[in-house]
Design a protein around this ligand. Structure first.
Ligand SMILES: [Zn+2]
Length: 307
């Protein structure tokens, strides 16, 4: 018996380290470093480790054809709730922490990945239909809720039968039993949280709200990026910033969400700069200084003509 289908490789932990550092950099307002670290976490070896598993696992099981263990039951006898209820998910996460109960690698909730994709679309790629266009780190550390006894075998969507798992341990298990896969029941081992690891949950406060006002309702106080700011006024870029009801809003910078009222003194435009969604704000540096922000760090550095 083994603890998991495929033993993790050290590159997974290297990718995880880069992702943790990326989130730290983002929290501290160092967006360029966050961008670079997320890119660093998109490790080829990790992608290969995960994606080469699919064909192999299924093939192995089909070839083994273990007798007497397949107990697929009629649909009418299965737990009517294939979906795991939110309160069950919460209790399982509380018990297991952000770690796969099978192979022990750290995991990240898909909500966090979605936020990283919003904030850094050019370094955190994600195409739901094409795994080759999915960021290796987020793909591998993808937090999943796994039915230990498969639902098709009568396993219930209960706290007792559901564990936290990574993508490979859940998808790789597919509809097969642990015995068929020669994998130990993870519930026989006590869950062990990874000390100090929060599942990158601190990125959650930086989500860009989905419900944004329609473009047509935007106030006309916007400045085309091509227009040069007047004397004494500078153009800044706020990664993750957006415009709503006459205000520019930003994710937390130095621990606080920021807002600026649009006026003759503050003009803004939503834009993508170097692959990062955000908002240009044209205003006097004094306005940023008053909020305790480092104006130089947010300054939109002019690029050469034609770029
Ligand atoms: Zn796992």
């Amino acid at each position: 018996m083994r603890r998991c289908i495929k033993e993790p490789i050290p590159e997974i932990f290297a990718a995880w380290d880069a992702m943790k550092e990326a989130v730290d950099a983002h929290v501290h307002g160092d967006f360029a470093r966050a961008e670079a670290l997320f890119r660093q976490a998109d490790v080829r070896e990790v992608w290969d480790w995960l994606n080469s598993a699919w064909v192999g696992v299924i093939k192995n099981v089909v070839e083994m054809k273990p007798a007497g263990d397949s107990k697929v039951i009629a649909k009418s006898e299965r737990d009517p709730d294939r979906n795991i209820a939110p309160h069950v998910r919460a209790a399982v996460l509380e018990r297991d922490g952000y770690r796969c109960r099978y192979c022990g690698i750290p995991v990240v909730h898909p909500d966090i990945r979605k936020i990283a994709v919003q904030l850094y679309p050019s370094s955190v790629g994600w195409d739901n239909r094409d795994p080759s266009k999915q960021h290796a780190g987020f793909q591998c550390l993808w937090l999943q809720f796994d039915h230990v006894e498969p639902h098709s075998h009568g396993g219930r969507s209960s706290v007792e039968n559901v564990v936290i798992s990574c993508a490979l341990c859940n998808f790789g298990k597919d509809r097969f039993t642990l015995r068929q896969l020669h994998v130990e029941d993870p519930r026989l081992r006590e869950p062990e949280h990874i000390i100090g690891y929060d599942g990158l949950e601190r990125l959650r406060t930086f989500a860009i709200p989905a419900a944004r006002p329609p473009k047509a309702k935007k106030q006309p106080v916007v400045l085309p990026v091509s227009v040069q700011p007047a004397a004494g006024v500078e153009r800044y870029f706020f990664p993750g910033g957006w415009i709503s009801s006459g205000y520019v809003l930003t994710p937390e910078i130095q621990g606080k969400s920021r807002w600026f009222k649009l006026s003759d003194e503050v003009q803004a435009e939503e834009a993508v700069r170097d692959g990062i969604n955000g908002c240009f704000v044209v205003c006097h540096p004094e306005l940023l200084a008053r909020r305790g922000l480092d104006a130089d760090q947010l300054l939109d550095v002019p690029r050469p003509e034609g770029k």
